[in-house]
Design a protein around this ligand. Sequence first.
Ligand code: PNS
Length: 161
Amino acid sequence: MKVAICPGSFDPVTHGHIDIIKRAASIFDKVIVGVLVNVNKKPWFTIDERTDLLRKTVGDIPNVEVIGFDGLLVDFAAEHNANVIVKGLRAVSDFEYEFQMALTNSKLNDKIETVFLTTSSENLYLSSSIVKQVGLLGGDISPFVPECVHDEILSRINKMK
Ligand code: PNS
């Protein structure tokens, strides 16, 4: 059985992430969405909240499981018998950072391969940070995220005021 990990900070999940997870689920037997810590980002949502929002949005896909983890990605993958990491690539600007992570992960565990899926053209510009910024400034974020995520972002913004 081919098990792949779709890792990310998912703070919070957007339509861009969902597209990559669904496409990975159509390629691999099982996809584990790993909700992990990105030390370079200060999250709005806890790992449990992010995991919960992902379960609400992709939890109905039969071969997808959502799990939160706060260690190394390669350890998480090995623990779940996954030897493929799937990441979405948006623009050239993603490439250098993703390439660095892929090479580091392969140095840490050479049995794990990183595979990149190109983001669908309609999601090219989309990121969790942009969505949060638009929401903070009062813009309509409904085209970018599922309804439950939209509501959570707005309630978080209201609490900040
Ligand atoms: O959605 P993001 O923030 O681009 O995802 C980055 C993430 C969470 C996948 C990355 O930071 C990660 O793998 N974190 C887990 C800790 C780890 O393994 N770090 C070394 C990877 S080079």
